[in-house]
Design a protein around this ligand. Structure first.
Ligand SMILES: CC(C)(COP(=O)(O)OP(=O)(O)OC[C@H]1O[C@@H](n2cnc3c(N)ncnc32)[C@H](O)[C@@H]1OP(=O)(O)O)[C@@H](O)C(=O)NCCC(=O)NCCS
Length: 160
């Protein structure tokens, strides 16, 4: 769905009342969030973590959540833009706001972990392309990052 000319996009902090809208965004992306365990973890994160939402008119159309590591590093734990609104710059605006807020709070690095390119998966290739397009740099591939039997992760970072 193209962004409506009359409505402006606002990025603001995630609040408890946004949680169900975030759940709906995840449900709009079954190809990317196909596992119940992941959906539950994301549902938990939007209810407990810091984050930001992109709001179009009165509708939340995208979000991201973060977790701090030490005083230096902020990890993007979950991020999604509603299927109807992908590819129109909303993810880039969320990232831009995150960078500003992370700098204001004194963080020095943004971190994200995603599936390694050594695993052939079209959806994850698109995520990696997005993260790199908005300025994250590949740091290291880590086998078993998510535990025994898990697939290898690619860690990406962005100095702030
Ligand atoms: C990944 C995601 C958050 C990106 O948000 P978005 O609003 O669609 O992305 P944007 O339109 O802001 O794209 C920003 C840049 O990323 C790149 N990009 C975005 N989607 C891409 C794709 N599927 N393939 C290649 N590059 C892509 C574009 O080059 C774009 O650069 P441009 O501004 O120069 O055109 C969103 O598409 C999404 O929710 N995907 C499914 C869930 C997911 O993968 N979440 C992330 C991991 S939890």
């Amino acid at each position: 769905m193209p962004l409506s000319q009359g409505l402006s996009l606002e990025v603001r902090p995630l609040t408890a009342s946004d949680a169900e809208s975030c759940d709906q965004i995840i449900l709009s992306l079954p190809h990317y969030f196909g596992h119940e365990v992941g959906r539950l973890a994301c549902a938990q994160a939007v209810r407990t973590s810091d984050g930001w939402v992109a709001v179009l008119g009165e509708h939340v159309v995208g979000f991201l959540t973060v977790e701090p590591h030490f005083a230096t590093t902020l990890e993007i734990t979950w991020m999604a833009v509603h299927a109807d609104y992908r590819g129109q710059g909303i993810g880039r605006q969320l990232m831009s706001r995150l960078q500003q807020e992370a700098q204001i709070r004194g963080y020095r690095l943004l971190l994200v972990a995603t599936l390694s390119p050594s695993v052939d998966d079209e959806g994850y290739a698109a995520r990696r392309a997005f993260y790199q397009a908005v300025g994250l740099l590949p740091l290291q591939e880590v086998p078993l990052y998510w535990g025994v039997g898990s697939q290898p992760a690619l860690l990406l970072v962005m100095p702030l």
